[in-house]
Design a protein around this ligand. Sequence first.
Ligand code: SF4
Length: 218
Amino acid sequence: MSVLDHFTWDELLEAMEREARKRKAPVYEFKKHITTPFRALVAVLLSSRTKDETTASVTKRLFQRADSPEELLALTEEELAKLIYPVGFYRVKARKLRELAKALIEQHAGEVPRTFEELTRLPGIGRKSANIVLAHAFGKNAIAVDTHVHRISNRLGIVSTTKPEETERALHALVPEELKIRLNRTFVAFGQTVCRPIKPLCEACPLAQACPRIGVKA
Ligand code: SF4
């Protein structure tokens, strides 16, 4: 059984978005500061193992001081670490941010590259981060699979996978092209507010009647 036996992709994303917005998912607040490809790139690097609320306040503070690779590189590692505290692994990320700024200046004339291959060659940017930048900064039909997308896709019976890479491949074959760009943000927002990793709110979920709840403990 899959939620897609009862919902079209469009209906599914609509229902998830409506509920997540009603519950003020942090990812929507986070999005407000991410207005350029450079900001998107920096934000994805900072966001790993960090709550979206924290990333939102840190990026706001950081972009007031440094809003380009040149401005970022002008800061010392120590200054950057202080600015981005308390994101997870802030010392490592301060170093990575400087490496990232340097690579953008030396290899891409200070611009953010637009291809998956170039993005994943940048320091600190992996597969998921590159796909987020492609979708959110450049409007490409990329699917970024993080823990929310992987978990919810399996719970809903849309995929049956054990690794995020498998989920990404399966979703690419299933999601209509024009909706791929919405998938990550919608699933993240829904995962933050309703289909949470622990104690999902199944009794209040708009998908409850159609969801097989695969792997959810009673
Ligand atoms: S019914 Fe439960 S497991 Fe299914 S999508 Fe809703 S919250 Fe997640």
